[in-house]
Design a protein around this ligand. Structure first.
Ligand code: PHE
Length: 350
């Protein structure tokens, strides 16, 4: 038994736990209710009276040693975090953390909004899930008219085929933010001067050049005596601000159900400045938006007197505007959230 005590004493003296769990294991091994010390005391009861005298002292000393060791180690572990901190060099700089960057589409959208805000346009928003009236009918798309095929629409199906209510195909993901123009005109009185940024959806196969959703900024200006010259001047100013002074523009006649006359607007290629490149397909020009004078039918559909008021509207895809600024050749990059792509647009986040 004495030998055992000597061995245990060495073990206790050398014990140096790495963590609280090891210390707890130590406590259970030596001081626990079924621990070694309890064992030794049990053995002690069975030895003869003479041995008891010599052993009793050694046993008690060992017990005290184990308890004291346990207490001091426990205290040391509890106060350790403080000790570690105070040992550190507090003058070292803190750990840096990475700040995210704005998405290129957000950067360009904000830039577009800023330019139009300076011209007195306000920002209007509306729902992405639209009814037929706001997305099509009010905008002069007659039912069954082939013009509806210009925008491949995602229709939202009814809860069940038997569900009554709106006609099937009445609810859709908006195909353009012109729907917000309708909502705005229905809800207020002219003059209107607003831009409508937002996400729109079209049922297109996803490729480098097309996606099933993209982002638009549309614009609307309705007042007395608004003319096509106002439209041209507004867009001229916009292009000079966005792509730099000297960027040329041209208007080509086009067709939209909700504008008459309608036009598509091209700008001189921002990449090659007219000398010819892949972006402009070697023509020197790139189309960036559709526009026109608001069709009187649309004004009347929204309760506006078309004999008194006229207006212009325009709409552009933010992805396209961004491509022409940053030369992004694959549309899919915009929605894949690859940080290697997004980090290239490091900006100060304010
Ligand atoms: N809504 C049209 C589109 O999405 C763009 C447009 C808006 C054209 C306003 C003319 C006037 O393609």
């Amino acid at each position: 038994m004495l030998e055992q005590i000597t061995d245990y004493t060495t073990e206790v003296n050398n014990f140096n736990p790495a963590n609280a769990a090891e210390l707890e294991a130590f406590r259970i091994r030596f001081l626990g209710t079924k621990g070694l010390i309890k064992d030794l005391f049990d053995q002690f009861k069975t030895v003869g009276a003479e041995e008891k005298r010599t052993m009793g002292k050694g046993l008690n000393e060992f017990k005290q040693l184990a308890e004291a060791k346990y207490q001091s180690l426990k205290e040391a572990l509890e106060t350790q975090p403080e000790k570690t901190v105070s040992k550190e060099d507090l003058t070292l700089p803190g750990e840096g953390f990475e700040i995210g960057s704005r998405h290129p589409l957000s950067l360009v959208r904000n830039e577009i909004i800023d330019i139009f805000k300076r011209l007195g346009f306000i920002v209007a928003e509306g729902p992405e899930i639209e009814d037929d009236w706001h997305n099509f009918s009010a905008l002069n798309f007659p039912q069954e008219h082939p013009a509806r095929d210009m925008q491949d629409t995602f229709f939202i199906s009814k809860k069940s085929p038997a569900d009554s209510g709106e006609a099937a195909g009445d609810i859709a993901l908006r195909t353009h933010t012109s729907s917000v123009q309708v909502r705005m005109m229905e809800a207020g009185k002219p003059p209107f001067r607003a831009i409508m940024p937002g996400r729109v959806y079209r049922n297109e196969a996803i490729s480098a050049r097309a996606h099933c959703f993209f982002h638009q900024v549309e614009g609307l200006y309705v007042d007395e005596n608004v003319s096509f010259a106002d439209l041209k001047q507004t867009l001229y100013h916009f292009v000079q601000e966005l792509y730099g002074q000297g960027t040329k523009l041209r208007f080509r006649p086009s067709y939209f159900p909700f504008t008459e006359p309608s036009a598509e607007m091209d700008i001189s290629c921002t990449i090659c400045h007219g000398s010819g490149c892949q972006m402009c397909k070697y023509t020197g020009w790139v189309e960036i938006l559709g526009c026109g004078m608001v069709d009187p039918n649309v004004l009347e559909n929204c309760g506006i007197d078309s004999t008194k008021y006229t207006g212009f509207a325009f709409g552009m895809g933010i992805e396209r505007i961004t491509n022409l600024k940053y030369v992004i050749r694959d549309l899919r990059l915009f929605s894949e959230n690859d940080v290697r792509f997004l980090k290239q647009f490091q900006t100060e986040i304010s």
